[in-house]
Design a protein around this ligand. Sequence first.
Ligand code: GLC
Length: 461
Amino acid sequence: MPDSLKSAYQVLEESIITYQGRPIGTVASHDPNAPAANYADCFVRDFVSSAFVYLLDDQPDIVKNFLEISLKVRDTQEEIEGHQMLPRVMPASFKVITHEDGSEELHADFGDRAIGRVAPVDSMMWWILLVQAYVHATGDREFAQREEIQRGIRLIMGICLRDRFEVFPTLLVPDGCFMIDRRMSVYGHPLEIQALFYASLCASVELLRDDDAQNHPIMELTAKRLEVLTDYVRNFYWLDPGRLNEIHRYKTELFGHDNANMLNIHPETIPDWVVDWLPDNAGYLVGNLGPGRMDFRFFSLGNLLAILFGLTTTDQSNKILNLFDQRWNDLVGSMPLKILYPAMEGREWQLLTGSDPKNIPWSYHNGGSWPTLLWAFMAAAIKMGRRDLAEKAFEVAKRRLVQDQWPEYYDGKAGRLIGRRANFNQTWSATAYILGHKFLNDESTLDQLALGNAFKRKKSR
Ligand code: GLC
């Protein structure tokens, strides 16, 4: 095994958390100088790439334990005054506290302790996707059919499909409720949540038992929502030079059904950078869409997950990869991968991040580069037959990650600097690298994780 892989596996090994003698998850970062205490927690979203590694290495027990424990910690949540208890289902993170007498206790954060008090909407979706990956990798269908797992899926779908003050098929969520877990003007209908929502709807259709009558109403609603969500995202989030021209000449203030500009997007909101930046044979899904608002920023993870899960059409997926290819310096540069492009600067940064010093331009969530995004990029590229891009990104990562001790993120327009407040030994930086290596060596690993199947299902529709 090459030294860089050995080092990545060592980071993973040292990150394991146990409870009552069983491995149940991995800490976010094994850096004793990490700036926030909760980096020693097991985050649901961070565990996903650890879980994929364990599934591909034929060590599924830790994943199974994790899936059970993260359901169980729901019972530990405290009531928030003035709130009717909602089945918040999945925490952002949890940890094991060992008392003096040696007894152990699970502590979970449902957003009630997190910095900025943000609720993790993505956790419950990642949980369903991990159940699906576990079943595909192990063939243990009985696990998903257990009553507590079926109930978990029903509860999650119940929350997502419940009617609110909404007229769109997409999900309305607060700022910072996913990988970007600070104020970054990502409230509303952010792409990453919609891609995860889509994939968890697909996974639920597959996992819910149809011999159980309790599941039928949810299954019906899920199938309908999938259809409308797919059409809506493919049509209205999509941006390529043709669409940009249409938006540039949009009529506004149109009342009634069947308007091209039903959201009343004002052409004046098209930012200058996008017009010359978007190449002719490329396109992407915009970051957010709501009444009078199109966020033109490019968000990597949402676009990559859309490709992986099959939310985009084949043509759209190819065009997103063309964008990476032709804007390599902006989106990959010295470290794969930019979390979003471009950064918010000046007054916009002040107003929309609340002058957040951690999210200054080209740092952290505001245009920083995150090694963890490597796995999703390589998987999406390989899936679409762009192995060349996957190999190129892997080479860039290989040159630095091990030598820099697996940082959490990088700073700078091209990602040349180790993030000012980045942890070292960040578990999901190391696991993304291991996964990238596995995907290159054996492309069928994608199918084993249920990533390939979701794609085929959509294509044959
Ligand atoms: C940061 C990231 C979040 C991640 C957490 C633990 O808060 O924004 O996505 O889950 O660190 O690594």
